[in-house]
Design a protein around this ligand. Structure first.
Ligand SMILES: Nc1ncnc2c1ncn2[C@@H]1O[C@H](COP(=O)(O)OP(=O)(O)OP(=O)(O)O)[C@@H](O)[C@H]1O
Ligand SMILES: [Mn+2]
Ligand SMILES: [Mn+2]
Length: 623
């Protein structure tokens, strides 16, 4: 494509110019085909430019501020030229038409790809994508530009699924940031531009605490958004909608709670999305990098230059592991050892398992021959050193709670060492499983770690191992139990495409014909074969319902009724898996199902009723 550059190649104000991108297009050189996306501030079209498919972004310009913004964005876009940034091909920068012509990216945006098409990437694909994006952002920051709207919806994919950073609608030069931040917040208490109310939560979840606190936005705020986006890439889960997230955040999205609640939790309670697990294929160092990217303190976040280097190292390690050079040495970095059963739908089977025994077996299986702690007590023969004289006891009670989730152990004289004793208490939450598992597993892990340089190393290692072992166990079990959930259809559709119904209609004197795309009844070409009303089609289209009786049993969990707005796009099995991942509250489940149907493009009205057939434990309801 050779588009002519007409000199002077500047915008009408003279503020934007380019040597390579034509800023004036004759109206005969392009044709708009159809809109692809309607953003808060622009409409994006599929279009032809000089015989080539392109994407046209037409900003909605209603005030002179909008026009100023257009020129600012254009000036910035004219400067950008990087393989990881969306490519501007041409511009129409004269009234009445203001539009950008971009390279067309067939893969759409990453948010769609992940959550609508449910694309799941291999770890190698994820890492490649991270590297490209980090390089693009490094380039941007080197030019002194902060993007300010980094999120999967603003990452476009070409047909090879390579990523391109897009949407510079909020981008700013670092030097202008101070002024911009205060201006943006002053008028409405909310930032302007793309931060429209309806998208507020969608955008909020990627915003760094300092941005939410209305303090200054720095390039490190992009690092935060990158961290959240990259984690989303690994988990495939929209931040804060994961069932393992804190209850509070879950409800933020489920129940359309105000943005203040999410903001509050992110800013003051340090809430973050659930970190991807090792099962995603991410190495511990990658997970640690993500956590540093979303550190509350911008100073602690790495720069994109650092990120690029770290990612290169991680890739190199991956390669080596693949080639078998690195053996199985893994460095595990976890910052917490909070006892938690983090998968929500396990309540029922969790209770039926002796997690203590599981834990004990596990640590025994995983352990090397014991070599307990011989190196820690080399001072024991020194008569002048301090030797406490111990006695011990314990008592535990459920207290006023319904269930007991605490566990503990007392193990004096570990491995017959007279001066080494283990005492531990685990305060369970969301059920006792993790605490029980710990009481079983942790002492075993600890006892075999005597070769470690110090008790604190051994403790650290034992906690991490226990956590990993527990989560692995839980994962495999959850899969097993998930497979037991089977939907049972209580009704069938009364439509003319059902052979029995067709026969019944014809038997009752009605007419059935194949019309357009399916079997239909009578002149009215009705698809349904039973109804109330439809006077002209009686009695063939009968008012008599088909009644079936089903005996419920203890196994039955819930009943889902819905109009075909749901069933057209969601299968019975889908319903089960959606409910499995939803807060166990019938209204919430109904809403989740309907929202999912709408997102899948249901063209009909959607009504859903969910009835739970047995009490749901408090823990399941909350999480
Ligand atoms: N060059 C392109 N090729 C293919 N699709 C594109 C292209 N540019 C934009 N789109 C689609 O249009 C959507 C909106 O684009 P963009 O984010 O630039 O617009 P916006 O009006 O700034 O949106 P927002 O409401 O997020 O601020 C993208 O998420 C993507 O799906
Ligand atoms: Mn956008
Ligand atoms: Mn935008």
């Amino acid at each position: 494509m050779v588009l002519e550059i007409v000199e002077p190649n500047t915008c009408i104000r003279g503020c934007c110019h380019s040597h390579s991108i034509p800023l004036h297009l004759s109206s005969s050189s392009y044709t708009l085909l159809s809109p692809i996306a309607r953003g808060a501030e622009s409409v994006v079209w599929e279009a032809m430019l000089d015989g080539r498919k392109v994407a046209v972004k037409k900003p909605i310009l209603s005030t002179s501020d909008d026009l100023d913004k257009f020129h600012k964005e254009l000036k910035l876009l004219c400067k950008l030229d990087h393989p990881g940034i969306l490519k501007l091909l041409a511009v129409h920068a004269r009234p009445p038409n203001y539009m950008y012509f971009f390279e067309f990216y067939e893969g759409g945006n990453l948010a769609q790809k992940l959550h609508v098409e449910e694309w799941s990437l291999s770890i190698d694909q994820s890492l490649d994508m991270m590297v490209s994006l980090a390089k693009a952002l490094e380039y941007l920051h080197k030019l002194g530009i902060v993007h300010r709207d980094v999120k999967p919806a603003n990452i476009l994919l070409d047909k090879h699924l390579r990523p391109y950073l897009a949407d510079f609608g909020l981008a700013e030069y670092k030097r202008d940031l101070k002024q911009v931040s205060t201006e943006n917040w002053k008028s409405s208490g909310k930032p302007t531009g793309g931060f429209h109310k309806k998208n507020m939560v969608g955008t909020l979840i990627y915003m760094a605490p300092e941005v939410l606190r209305k303090e200054i936005h720095t390039e490190k705020s992009d690092v935060y958004s990158f961290g959240v986006s990259v984690n989303e890439l690994l988990t495939g889960v929209v931040p804060y909608t994961d069932l393992r997230a804190e209850a509070q955040a879950h409800t933020v999205l489920e129940m359309n709670y105000t943005e203040q609640q999410l903001t509050g939790a992110v800013v003051s309670e340090g809430l973050r999305p659930v970190l991807a697990g090792l099962e995603s294929g991410a190495s511990a160092s990658l997970l640690s990098l993500i956590q540093r990217c979303w550190d509350a303190d911008p100073e602690n976040r790495p720069s994109f230059a650092d990120i690029v280097v770290e990612l290169a190292l991680i890739l190199e390690c991956e390669d080596r592991v693949k080639k078998g050079e690195a053996g199985s040495a893994k460095s595990l970095v976890f910052h917490e050892h909070v006892v938690t059963a983090n998968i929500q739908n396990i309540q029922s089977f969790k209770e039926s398992i002796n997690w203590f025994t599981y834990g004990k077996d596990f640590s025994e299986r995983a352990s090397l021959p014991s070599n307990a702690a011989s190196t820690w007590i080399d001072s024991s023969n020194d008569p002048s050193s301090y030797h406490p004289v111990l006695s011990w006891g314990s008592f535990s009670t459920c207290g006023r709670r319904e269930t007991m989730e605490d566990t503990h152990f007392l193990i004096p004289h570990v491995c017959n060492k007279k001066d080494i004793h283990l005492f531990g208490i685990f305060d369970g939450h969301r059920g006792a499983a993790a605490a029980e598992f710990c009481a079983g597993a942790l002492p075993g892990f600890l006892q075999t770690l005597g070769s470690m340089s110090s008790p604190s190393h051994a403790l650290l290692d034992a906690f991490v191992k226990t956590d990993l072992a527990f989560r692995n166990e839980l994962d495999s079990r959850q899969q097993f139990y998930a497979d037991l959930d089977v939907p049972y259809a209580l009704s069938r559709d009364h439509v003319a495409s059902c052979l029995e119904e067709r026969e019944r209609v014809v038997g009752a004197g009605g007419q059935v014909k194949w019309q357009v795309d399916t079997w239909r009844v009578g002149h009215a070409a009705l698809q349904v074969t039973r109804s109330i009303g439809d006077d002209d089609l009686k009695p063939a289209v009968t008012a008599e319902p088909e009644i079936t009786e089903t005996i419920l049993s203890m196994e039955d969990e819930y009943l889902v009724m819905a109009s075909d707005g749901l069933w057209d796009v969601v299968t019975n099995t889908d319903v089960v898996s959606i409910i499995r991942d939803t807060v166990k509250e019938p209204g919430m489940c109904s809403k989740r199902l309907a929202t999912e149907a709408a997102a899948r493009g249901s063209k009909d009205n959607i009504t859903v009723i969910v009835v739970f057939l047995r009490p749901v434990s408090t823990a399941e309801r909350i999480y």
